[in-house]
Design a protein around this ligand. Structure first.
Ligand code: SF4
Ligand code: FES
Length: 252
C-alpha cells in the first residue's frame, strides 16, 4: 500500500438506459507502483466493504494484449502516456492530491453496459464480415518458408496485426470513426499472399459492416493514431482506401 490520496470522479450508469452521472470517490493508500486498474481494485474493495456497489470496468489480461481495459482518463483514451493500454498505466503518472476523471468510451456504436464497461460487439461483427482467410490453415499446410514474402510487407502486416480491438481510435475520433481498426484488420491480411484471394470481398464487406454499425466517417484528423495503444499508423487507412477503391471499380 502507498500513501497517495486521490479524488476519483467516476462515471456511474446502472445500465444502457440509465442517464448516468459522475460520482466522486476519495481513494487513499494508493501506491505509485500500482497500475490504474489495481487502483480501481482498491476503490472497489472499499466499496464492497461498505456494502456499496463496486464500479464495473472491463479487464482481462492486464498486460496490454486483450484490449478489454478501455477507459477515458482525464479526457484521454487509455490516459496519459503513449503506446500503452489502461492496464499498463501506472499511478506514478499522477500526483498525491490529484483529481482524476474516469469515464467509459463514448460512442453511439459502443453502448454502455454498466458504469465503465461498454459493448464492443460491433467490432466483432465487422471482423466476422471479412477479417479472415479461407486458405487451409490446418492439415496439409504449405511450409511457411515456401511462400516468400518481402520483409517490408511482413513487417507492415505484423504492425497491423498488433491491433487489439480496444476501440480507443473510435472513442477518440471526433466523428466516432472505426477506420483505424478496420484498416488494421484489412492490412494485416491484404499485405500477405494468403490474404489476397479474398482481398476485394474483404474490403467491401468490412467497410459495409462498419457503415451499418453506425460508426462515423474518417476525416483524417489523426487523433486515432495518437491515442492508439499499439501506435497503428494512418498509413493503414490509406491502404484500406486503396483496397476499397480497387474493389469498387473492379466489382463484378
Ligand atoms: S487501431 Fe489501435 S486504438 Fe483502434 S482498436 Fe486497434 S489497437 Fe485499439
Ligand atoms: S486488460 Fe488486457 S489490454 Fe488491458
Amino acid at each position: 500500500m502507498g500513501n497517495m490520496k486521490l479524488t476519483l470522479k467516476i462515471w456511474r450508469q446502472n445500465g444502457p438506459n440509465d442517464k448516468g452521472r459522475i460520482v466522486d470517490y476519495p481513494v487513499n493508500n494508493v501506491s505509485e507502483d500500482m497500475s490504474f486498474l489495481e487502483m480501481l481494485d482498491v476503490l472497489n474493495d472499499e466499496l464492497v466493504r461498505k456494502g456499496e456497489e463496486p464500479v464495473a470496468f472491463d479487464h482481462d489480461c492486464r498486460e496490454g494484449i486483450c484490449g478489454m481495459c478501455s477507459l477515458f482518463i482525464n479526457g484521454e483514451a487509455h490516459g496519459p502516456g503513449r503506446g500503452i493500454t489502461t492496464c499498463q498505466l501506472h499511478m506514478r503518472k499522477f500526483k498525491d492530491g490529484d483529481t482524476i476523471y474516469v469515464e467509459p468510451w463514448k460512442s453511439a456504436a459502443f453502448p454502455v453496459i454498466k458504469d465503465l464497461a461498454v459493448n464492443r460487439n460491433a467490432f466483432d461483427r465487422i471482423q466476422a464480415a471479412g477479417g479472415f482467410v479461407s486458405v487451409n490453415t490446418s492439415g496439409n499446410l504449405v511450409d511457411g518458408n515456401a511462400v516468400p514474402i518481402p520483409k517490408d510487407d511482413a513487417d507492415k502486416a505484423f504492425d497491423a496485426a498488433t491491433c487489439i480491438g480496444c476501440g480507443a481510435c473510435v472513442a477518440t475520433c471526433p466523428n466516432g470513426s472505426a477506420m483505424l481498426f478496420v484498416a488494421a484488420k484489412v492490412s494485416q491480411l491484404s499485405l500477405l499472399p494468403q490474404g489476397r484471394p479474398e482481398a476485394k470481398r474483404r474490403a467491401l464487406a468490412m467497410v459495409e459492416q462498419m457503415d451499418k454499425e453506425g460508426f462515423g466517417n474518417c476525416s483524417n484528423t489523426g487523433a486515432c493514431e495518437v491515442e492508439c495503444p499499439k501506435q497503428i499508423s494512418l498509413e493503414h487507412i490509406a491502404r484500406l482506401n486503396r483496397e476499397y477503391l480497387a474493389a469498387t471499380v473492379t466489382k463484378e
